[in-house]
Design a protein around this ligand. Structure first.
Ligand code: NDP
Ligand code: 8X3
Length: 250
C-alpha cells in the first residue's frame, strides 16, 4: 500500500523537491504552503504520478493550522511521513540591530509552526504505533555564526524538539529524524534578505547544494528498513567546512 506524506513548505526549494521525489516513488502527498497558485501548479504536475491533496495555511496561525489538518479527507488521513520543512531565515543582523518582526517570524514559523503541525498529526501516529517525522533543521542548529543569532536559536530549538520527540515517541515505534543542511540554493536567501542585492552573492563562487540533493537524502531516510532510523544527519556542499568557512573561488 502506498504511504502518505505531509510536507510543509512544499511551494519551493527543499519541500517542493521532496514532493517531486516522493511522487516519483509513488508516495501519496499532502502539500502545504501559503502560495496557493504554486500548490495548484505542483498538484497538476504531480497528479500524473501519485495522489495529491493540497492544504493552504500559514503555520504561524494555530487555529488555521489545526483546522486545515483536521480537514484532510479520509483517503489521506493516515499520515505515515511528516516532513516539517516550512521555515526561513528573516534578516542577518547583529543582535543589537535585530528587527523584532524578523525575530517573531523565525520563532513563530520555524519553531511554533513546526510544533502546531506536529501536535495535529502525532496523535494518529501514536494511535497506529507507526510513523516517521522528518524535521528540517540546519547546520545553524549545530553551531552559531555571526549575525545568525535568532535563526540559529530557532534551528537549535528544532534539534532539541527533534530529540524530545524521539524520546517521547520511542514507546510507539515512531521514527524521528533531523536532516540538517548547510548552504542550499533555494529561495531561502531571497526571503532572508527580503529580495535585496545580498541574496545574489550568497551562492556565488562555489557549488551550493541543490534542493534535489536534500530531497534525495530525505527519501533515503524514509526508505530505510523498519529497524533503521537515521536520527541526525548533517550535510554540507563540498566547498563548505562549517557555517563560516566556504571555499569561494571568484
Ligand atoms: P524556501 O524559501 O525555498 O522554502 C521555504 C518554504 O517554507 C516555502 O515553501 C514557504 O511556502 C514555506 N513557508 C515559509 N513561511 C511559511 C509560513 N508562515 N507558513 C507556511 N509555510 C511557510 O527555502 P528552503 O527550501 O531553503 O527552506 C526549507 C527549510 O530548509 C527551512 O526550514 C530552512 O530553514 C531549511 N534550511 C535551508 C537551508 C538553505 O540553505 N536553503 C539550509 C538549511 C536548512 P509559502 O511561502 O508558500 O508559505
Ligand atoms: C540555512 C543555512 O548557513 O544560511 O539554514 O544558516 S545558513
Amino acid at each position: 500500500m502506498s504511504k502518505i506524506a505531509l510536507i510543509t513548505g512544499a511551494t519551493s526549494g527543499i519541500g517542493e523537491a521532496t514532493a517531486y521525489e516522493f511522487a516519483k516513488q509513488g508516495i501519496h502527498l499532502i502539500l502545504c504552503g501559503r502560495r496557493v497558485e504554486r500548490l495548484n501548479t505542483i498538484k497538476t504536475a504531480l497528479e500524473k504520478l501519485t495522489l495529491v491533496h493540497i492544504l493552504n495555511f500559514d503555520v504561524r496561525d494555530k487555529a488555521e493550522t489545526l483546522k486545515a489538518i483536521a480537514s484532510i479527507p479520509e483517503p489521506f488521513k493516515n499520515i505515515d511521513i511528516l516532513v516539517n520543512n516550512a521555515g526561513n531565515a528573516h534578516g542577518l543582523d547583529p543582535i543589537h540591530d535585530g528587527n523584532l518582526d524578523d525575530w517573531d517570524a523565525m520563532m513563530d514559523i520555524n519553531v511554533k509552526g513546526l510544533l502546531y503541525v506536529s501536535k495535529a498529526i502525532i496523535p494518529q501516529m501514536t494511535a497506529r504505533q507507526s510513523g516517521h517525522i522528518i524535521n528540517i533543521g540546519s547546520s545553524a542548529g549545530k553551531e552559531v555564526y555571526a549575525k545568525g543569532n535568532v535563526y540559529c536559536a530557532s534551528k537549535h530549538a528544532v534539534l532539541a524538539i527533534t530529540e524530545g520527540m524521539r524520546i517521547d515517541l520511542n514507546p510507539y515505534g515512531i521514527k524521528v529524524s533531523a536532516i540538517n543542511p548547510g548552504l542550499v540554493q533555494t529561495e531561502f536567501s531571497q526571503v532572508r534578505f527580503k529580495g535585496g542585492e545580498e541574496a545574489n552573492s550568497v551562492y556565488k563562487g562555489f557549488k551550493a547544494l541543490e534542493a534535489k540533493d536534500i530531497a534525495d537524502i530525505i527519501y533515503f531516510t524514509v526508505s530505510r528498513p523498519a529497524h533503521v532510523n537515521i536520527a541526525d544527519l548533517l550535510v554540507f556542499p563540498t566547498a563548505q567546512a562549517n557555517s563560516s568557512i566556504v571555499n569561494k573561488k571568484f
